[in-house]
Design a protein around this ligand. Structure first.
Ligand SMILES: Nc1nc2c(ncn2[C@@H]2O[C@H](COP(=O)(O)OP(=O)(O)OP(=O)(O)O)[C@@H](O)[C@H]2O)c(=O)[nH]1
Ligand SMILES: [Mg+2]
Length: 345
């Protein structure tokens, strides 16, 4: 078997919905035709959505693998190594891009990539952290430990969604980003996740260590190999048997967030307007992403904060969604009833 060595690898970090998948898709569009790339994507929820988004856009020479249900930092030991070993073997890539979950702490992932058994296979390059410039002015976000460590461990800082920020917010981002210590290798501003491929080849600083290495002990649980999860989640079944009107449902929680994912039978067809009204409702929701069959067509739906976007998609295998909220007492069965009420008869 061919020995895989020194695959240039970048980690993409940033809070939920900041634009990591959008940025990687943008890069995929710029991939030289002759190159093979591998993408590892990690999502907080159990039901993979980003994987469907990547697969929909998959061009020749792209291999995708998903580690769902949690965050790579908690699976950084064995699952990350297993997933990466398989991915590297099947793709034999010229480049590897890793998208971390928005709730993910990059510290232990970077440690695994640098020191673990894969360190020879991987040539770790710059870690790119995407930031919504509006967040820099939000003390609740700016002072959160997860945000601080995502930023601190980044070599390249990219303000994305600049189109949604006021000029004062962009100024505040500029002041904040230049005040960071140690200084970043590069700071950029962009929209739509537009990344210059040359940023990927910047070096990583191996001396950056987490400010909050024990971050994921916050819920009062140990963070070690034996008692590692401060989040509980159902294992998503590989191919759940789906009956019309009876979706598969899987919950997952941790780090103060509660998620539920559904996969609906391909026979279930949604009324787009009803669906949008239903999913725009709850103010406590942090993030929704999904793909829905709406008749002849299918849509991808993205909600970040209170902003909802949809676009047509070629993904039509089933309908699926993930909702992430801060409310521990969310009645997921009731949410499911609301979703079922959006089905076309
Ligand atoms: N207005 C605006 N929207 C953007 C921009 N970049 C991404 N988006 C939108 O933001 C939403 C979330 O983008 P994603 O790329 O899925 O974000 P993510 O960081 O991968 O999200 P998670 O994987 O859930 O953490 C989508 O609806 C994107 O179309 C941007 O620069 N401006
Ligand atoms: Mg994503």
């Amino acid at each position: 078997m061919k020995r895989i060595e020194n695959v240039p690898t970048n980690l993409f970090t940033g809070l939920l919905g900041v634009g990591k998948t959008t940025a990687i898709l943008d890069l995929v569009g710029k991939k030289p035709g002759s190159e093979r790339w591998a993408i590892l994507v990690n999502e907080f929820g159990d039901v993979p959505i980003d994987q469907a988004v990547f697969e929909e856009r998959a061009v020749d020479g792209i291999r995708i693998r998903e580690v769902a249900g949690g965050c790579l930092c908690c699976t950084a030991g064995v699952s990350l190594q297993v997933a990466l070993t398989l991915l590297l073997r099947e793709a034999d890539p010229d480049r590897l891009l890793i998208e971390m979950s928005g709730m993910g702490h990059p510290g232990s992932v970077l440690f695994t990539l640098r020191e673990g058994s894969l360190s020879e296979a991987i040539d770790l390059k710059a870690t790119l952290c995407l930031v919504d410039p509006r967040d820099v002015d939000e003390p609740e976000i700016r002072d959160s430990q997860i945000f601080q460590d995502q930023v601190h461990l980044a070599d390249v800082l990219v303000a994305n969604k600049v189109d949604l920020a006021e000029p004062e917010e962009v100024d505040a981002f500029d002041r904040w980003s230049t005040s960071l210590y140690p200084p970043k290798g590069a700071v950029h501003k962009t929209n739509g996740g537009e990344i210059d491929p040359s940023w990927l080849d910047l070096d990583t600083d191996p001396l950056r260590v987490p400010l909050f290495p024990d971050l994921h002990e916050l819920d009062g649980h140990q963070h070690d190999e034996h008692a590692h999860h401060d989040h509980a989640h159902d294992e998503v079944e590989d191919d759940p048997i789906l009956e019309a009107g009876k979706p598969y449902r899987s919950v997952n929680e941790g780090y103060g967030r509660y998620a539920c994912g559904w996969i609906f039978s391909p026979q279930d067809v949604f009324d787009e307007e009803e669906l949008l009204m239903t999913l725009a409702g709850d103010d406590d929701v942090d993030r929704i992403k999904g793909a829905f069959r709406i008749g002849g067509d299918a849509i991808l739906l993205n909600r970040t904060g209170s902003k909802i976007e949809t676009r047509r998609t070629a993904y039509a295998r089933d309908s699926r969604l993930e909702i992430i909220t801060r409310r521990a007492d969310t009645d997921w069965a009731a949410v499911e009833r609301d979703l079922l009420a959006c089905l076309k008869q």
